[in-house]
Design a protein around this ligand. Structure first.
Ligand SMILES: Cc1cc2nc3c(=O)[nH]c(=O)nc-3n(C[C@H](O)[C@H](O)[C@H](O)COP(=O)(O)OP(=O)(O)OC[C@H]3O[C@@H](n4cnc5c(N)ncnc54)[C@H](O)[C@@H]3O)c2cc1C
Length: 501
């Protein structure tokens, strides 16, 4: 039988994953990527002997005993990789030396919360009991949800039954609303800062902490680009082809069938099936000229909230943070007085230290970073004036260093490397719409929402990645690539096969 060809736009985790599974299933695939490296948002970069990690704080599926682990093995991402399982998810500091420590061990967390707020015992136990139930949850990964029949639905219902009650209850409560139930003012204030996103559903917090408790949401030593490079290697070993510095400008369509792509340099490339693993907005509204949009899709892009764009300040410092736990995802502390950065007032600062990954810095030194949600329009207009843009970046770094120096006296003098990525940087290197760092935001309204991987009226075409998987994240991107190949195999009446290298 003739081998079918697939073109994939984008070598982020979704595109690489689709490429790997396409190759495993006998398709001849090529990936076209605008950047000169794989990974998309799942990346790192080097400056002055330091490696700045731009993504993975936690990787769901990083530990044995959870089905997703197998997917990472199929993609060659786990073999030989060391994972750090954080002891603490976050430290949120308050006034007068008070600290809320989000231990990843549930018993320890419960005990700590009860010590902080004994009068809130009931609410704390309700929370930790839900966490314990969530540790029994394993994401179903074997079959693409699009291919579920009634029997699969029943099997799933049976498997998930104990969790349905938990899901139903906690997906509609935001972390902000739940925190109001604590009578202790400190816990009320700091609890929502652990996932500081608007209308963030409690169920997403519970699931993340439950995975961390199970040591299944660790950080890969070596950082995010190394992780992406492993999947790139797997793809190339399977016989796939990647073309870097190749921006797709147009998806070629004949008689409502996608037949190929045109790159920015004018060259045209054809295939039997086209998959866009690139940004959703540019795929639908630019590359396809908004021809395949229905009211539902238009509504997503008009009304759904997205993860905000970021200012990502990284510093290489000639010191370690022995006063902090060795392995913590992040810390958050109050400022002496409010500060305005890029037009937004800040009363607290969140930071990440990377002492736990010695591969990112010379011995005895480390990388720290601060990520600040920002405003896309602010940066877009600033970019028009390169001098102002540069000056703003400089000023932000100085402000961040000064704030960190107050918390860690002497730090300013230890800074050896400074780097700022703005929403414009994210747009330039990944093409993501409004520089969103994770696509559609999960809220109490969008949790569990499903989006179609096809567009109305367009044949031989699929979309994958964070713009069709609300909530985004690296596992969702990888699953999206796997699922689309299952769907294509089913359409081609082929058994879907996977191999662990
Ligand atoms: C700071 C930060 C922290 C994060 N932390 C985590 C975390 O701890 N855990 C987690 O699971 N997730 C995390 N994420 C989110 C995660 O990185 C993303 O959700 C995921 O990587 C998205 O993968 P994707 O393949 O769908 O999209 P992308 O990574 O955006 O990949 C799309 C690819 O398409 C390419 N492309 C776009 N347009 C074109 C075009 N026209 N032609 C050719 N190529 C094109 C882009 O260059 C890119 O390589 C984080 C993200 C950021 C930025």
């Amino acid at each position: 039988m003739e081998q079918k060809s697939i073109i994939i736009i984008g070598a982020g985790i979704a595109g690489l994953s689709a490429g790997c599974y396409g190759q495993m299933n006998g398709y001849s695939t090529q990936i076209f990527e605008l950047h000169d490296k794989p990974g998309g948002l799942c990346t790192s970069w080097k400056r002055k002997g330091y490696t700045i990690d731009g993504c993975l704080h936690w990787l769901v599926g990083s530990g044995l005993g959870i089905s997703l682990y197998r997917i990472w093995e199929e993609l060659g991402a786990m073999q030989g990789r060391r994972m750090i399982n954080h002891e603490e998810f976050m430290r949120v500091e308050g006034e007068g030396g008070k600290v809320f420590i989000v231990y990843t061990d549930i018993d320890r967390l419960e005990q700590h919360m009860k010590e902080l707020a004994p009068q809130d015992k009931g609410v704390i136990e309700e929370f930790t009991e839900a966490l314990r139930i969530c540790t029994r949850f394993d994401m179903p990964v074997e079959k693409a949800p699009e291919l579920y029949g009634p029997v699969d639905g029943l099997k799933m219902l049976f498997k998930m039954f104990p969790l349905l009650r938990i899901m139903r209850k906690w997906k509609r409560i935001s972390i902000q609303d739940f925190a109001k139930r604590f009578t202790d003012p400190f816990l009320r204030e700091v609890f929502p800062l652990t996932f500081n996103l608007p209308d963030f559903p409690m169920i997403a917090m519970l699931m993340t902490l439950a995975w961390m408790h199970r040591k299944s949401a660790g950080y890969p030593i070596g950082g995010s680009l190394e992780f992406s490079r492993a999947i790139e290697r797997r793809y190339l070993n399977l016989g796939g082809e990647i073309h870097y510095r190749s921006r797709a400008k147009k998806i070629l369509v004949e008689d409502d069938r996608a037949i190929g792509i045109q790159l920015e340099d004018g060259s045209e490339h054809r295939a039997d099936i086209i998959i866009s693993a690139a940004d959703g907005h540019s795929t639908i509204f630019d590359m396809l000229g908004r021809k395949y949009v229905n009211a539902k899709i238009q509504d997503y892009y008009d009304n759904l909230p997205i993860f905000p764009p970021l200012i990502h300040v990284a510093l290489g410092v000639a010191r370690l943070f022995d006063e902090l736990p060795h392995s913590v995802v992040g810390i958050n502390f109050p400022l002496d007085e409010p500060v305005t950065i890029a037009g937004k007032e800040l009363r607290r600062l969140g930071m990440h230290t990377y002492d736990f990954d010695p591969t990112l810095a010379p011995a005895g030194k480390t990388v720290i970073k601060v990520m600040l949600p920002s405003d896309y329009a602010y940066w877009k207009s600033l970019r028009e004036d390169p001098d102002r843009y540069k000056a703003e970046k400089e000023q932000i770094t100085n402000k961040v260093i000064a704030l960190l120096d107050k918390r860690f006296p002497g730090l300013a003098a230890q800074v050896e490397m400074r780097d700022v990525a703005t929403p414009i940087t994210y747009e330039r290197y990944t093409g993501n719409w409004k520089s969103s760092y994770e696509g559609w935001l999960i809220t109490t309204k969008t949790f569990g929402m499903r989006m179609s991987k096809t567009l109305p009226g367009l044949k031989n075409f699929y979309m994958i990645g964070q713009w069709v998987e609300p909530g985004g994240g690296v596992p969702a991107a990888a699953m999206s690539g796997r699922n689309v190949v299952q769907i294509i195999c089913k359409r081609d009446k082929k058994a879907f096969v996977t191999v662990i290298p």
